[in-house]
Design a protein around this ligand. Structure first.
Ligand code: PLP
Length: 294
């Protein structure tokens, strides 16, 4: 990935009354080393992040990403982010994201070991091209996530509903999926319920209904899934959040992985069993997801 823009943010208190946060931003060389060796984000993965898709300079669903950043901060006992400050930082990055698809990443870390404050920064870089996944579809395998559906309530310190920087498990699951000859994975609980993909939400079609696993603390609430559900409802389709048994997956009338950069990737097979793929419906999802969304 080519890093094109990076900004260090001096985090403001959530009730900071300033309307202009310019003096809290320092643009840095995106290709040069910048983090302290004492950073807890790198030492322990102790921090949170967001990845925002940008199309022709327009950040998609910025408010939904900021809301999730604040939610993740709350779960992780990090200081509440000042969302007006982050919004201004995003606007600066958008101005650099000229032409085509970009990704803006927001990172809020616990900070430097024994340091006084969290550290925060933002990067912007051109995004990969996901046209092939959107058009030809992806094959997925189910992988055991190793916990049951009741874990988030019993063990909130696992931070399961937060978008933390600790993605080593998610990346390992993607490698395992590739070893099994697939493109991606769907995590399932040890008691047999569907969760999400390592970097995406899952939406299933059953007849004229579109369903997704309820974000009950075990998974992230995807901004792309939320946006697609709004669109589906506006088009007259029924949508619902449900507890979905993994053994119902092969009977789906359609399935998609949804995320901010790849957008709607149709699933053409789950554990080797073919899933119906309505190419025109998927194309309509991606036309919507590629249009400017707030
Ligand atoms: N679930 C996980 C674990 C993710 O990493 C992501 C992507 O960030 C998503 C779901 C989808 O979220 P979004 O649509 O906001 O990109």
């Amino acid at each position: 990935m080519t890093w094109r823009f990076a900004l260090v943010i001096d985090p403001a208190a959530p009730d900071d009354p300033r309307s202009d946060f310019a003096e809290t931003f320092t643009v840095i060389d995106a290709t040069a080393p910048a983090l302290s060796v004492g950073e807890l984000s790198t030492q322990r993965g102790d921090g949170i992040f967001e990845s925002i898709g940008v199309l022709d300079g327009h950040g998609q669903e910025v408010q939904a990403h900021l809301d999730r950043l604040a939610h993740s901060a709350e779960i992780c006992d990090l200081p509440t982010p000042n969302l007006a400050q982050w919004r201004q930082a995003i606007a600066l990055a958008e101005a650099h994201a000229e032409g085509g698809a970009w990704v803006i990443k927001l990172i809020l870390s616990r900070g430097i070991d024994h340091g006084p404050a969290p550290t925060a920064w933002l990067t912007a870089s051109p995004a990969a091209d996901f046209t092939a996944a959107r058009e030809s579809g992806i094959r997925v395998v189910t992988l055991d996530r190793g916990y049951d559906l009741g874990v988030p309530e019993r063990a909130p310190w696992l931070l399961l509903g937060a978008k933390t920087l600790s993605y080593a498990v998610n990346m390992a699951a993607l490698r395992e999926a590739k070893r099994r000859g697939a493109d991606d994975a769907i995590f399932v609980t040890s008691d047999g319920f569907v969760l999400e993909a390592p970097t995406a939400s899952l939406v299933l079609r059953t007849g004229d209904r579109f369903i997704t696993p309820a974000p009950n603390g075990a998974i992230l609430h995807g901004t792309t899934q939320l946006s697609l559900f709004e669109h589906l409802e506006a088009e007259g389709w029924e949508t619902a959040y449900e507890t979905i048994p993994a053994d119902s997956l092969p009977g789906a009338d359609g399935a998609w992985l949804l995320s901010s950069l790849r957008l709607a990737a149709p699933i053409v097979a789950i554990d080797g069993a073919p899933i119906p793929h309505d190419a025109e419906l998927t194309a309509s999802f991606n036309r919507y997801l590629l249009s400017p969304r707030d």
